[in-house]
Design a protein around this ligand. Sequence first.
Ligand code: SF4
Ligand code: SF4
Length: 60
Amino acid sequence: MAYKITDKCIGCGACAASCPVSCISQGDSKYVIDKDTCIGCGTCAAVCPVGAPTLTNSES
Ligand code: SF4
Ligand code: SF4
């Protein structure tokens, strides 16, 4: 179980600063989550001002 960041991201960086496993980094047009490192804690979704991080059930 991992989170992904949707196109709603405005690049504020709040999620990257609060992720306990530091698996969020700045991408080309938005922040991106390393799904293999993400532990699915939901902190990024809780701190994001625009609700960009969403839960994905995809294991691939
Ligand atoms: Fe980091 Fe938790 Fe968000 Fe995964 S769900 S990217 S571990 S803050
Ligand atoms: Fe993007 Fe939300 Fe993370 Fe800010 S907290 S960088 S808007 S996903």
